[in-house]
Ligand binder design. Structure first.
Ligand code: ZN
Length: 303
């Protein structure tokens, strides 16, 4: 009996490096999680990633059809080169698909981590037959992804769907991208940390909403989160909006109030009246499973 076709899914975050074996139906096995800081710190981080995945495949004892990797980065429009990564030194401009294919002889596909999450969430919500879907993932920053025409949207340079960098007037905060006034600078976990230090010193980040959700400071923060979400809704009139990310998964996060603010800012009567906003259930494995789904879709596209 031949072994089932599998893809190695990899999800690289600023904190964790997650890897797994994913089959065509999205089933995950041999899930592994390690510290990306430890594995990828210092110089030669790209080479060490290749080595880690090579060792993982050898230990897993599988012959994968492909490797698919989600990076916390912008990725070029061919999805073969990582363009810029703020969290991990040594990744900028790295042709990872070439590096992996030369070292391991396995077809390798790259994408942004949030696009992998979006693929996972689209499948788990049963939305794969829909044409237009927006994924919003407020975590450390404000991650996002666009599904247009029944597939992940790719722009001219590959840097599409950057909802976190929608400019807002009145904010003088400098964004990680270098611009002033990006919405991400006031709609992200990083800004939430700043708000806690400023207004509620001593509150651990995990208790932000259980303790202070009803204060004006945090209600205003939730309103900030609604800005990029409602902007995307008004531009795209999507079949569905998927909202996930670490911030929305925090205990006591006021989902109802976020929906209320999104609806307040969406155009009336449509697309507001028909808005389908779905909250994703964030799990450690989602990005790896999404990468597996992406790997199979790329294999099919090139077949
Ligand atoms: Zn920005």
């Amino acid at each position: 009996m031949s072994s089932p076709e599998v893809v190695i899914g990899v999800d690289i975050g600023g904190t964790n490096l997650r890897t797994g074996v994913v089959d065509r139906t999205g089933n995950l096995s041999q899930f592994a999680i390690t510290s990306s800081r430890k594995k990828l710190a210092g110089s030669k981080s790209a080479g060490r990633l290749v080595e880690y995945i090579g060792d993982y495949i050898a230990q897993a004892g599988v012959s994968p059809r492909a490797i698919a990797i989600g990076f916390p980065s912008t990725v070029d429009n061919t999805r073969r080169v990582v363009l810029s990564t703020s969290n991990i030194p040594g990744f900028n401009g790295m042709p990872f698909a070439d590096l992996f294919e030369e070292a391991l002889g396995i077809p390798t596909f790259l994408n942004r981590d949030t696009n992998m999450l979006l693929l996972h969430d689209i499948r788990s919500a049963g939305l794969e037959d829909k044409k237009v879907i927006v994924g919003c993932y407020p975590g450390t920053g404000f991650g996002s992804g666009l599904w247009i025409g029944g597939r992940l949207h790719v722009g001219k340079t590959g840097c599409e769907g950057e909802l976190g960098h929608i400019p807002v007037k009145g904010s003088e905060r400098v964004c990680g991208c270098g611009n002033v006034g990006c919405v991400e600078a006031i709609a992200s976990g990083k800004y939430l940390e700043y708000l806690l230090a400023e207004h509620f010193p001593g509150t651990p980040i995990g208790e932000a909403f259980t303790r202070h959700a009803d204060t004006e400071v945090l209600r205003d923060f939730i309103d900030n989160l609604s800005l990029p979400i409602a902007s995307a809704i008004n531009i795209l009139d999507p079949d569905a909006v998927i909202v996930g990310g670490g911030v929305t998964a925090m205990p006591g996060f006021p989902r109802d109030y976020l929906v209320e603010r999104v609806r307040a800012r969406a155009r009336k009567p449509e697309p507001e009246a028909s808005l389908n906003l779905v909250f994703a259930e964030p799990r450690q494995e989602n990005g790896v499973i999404g990468a597996g789904i992406y790997g199979f879709s790329r294999l099919e596209a090139s077949a």
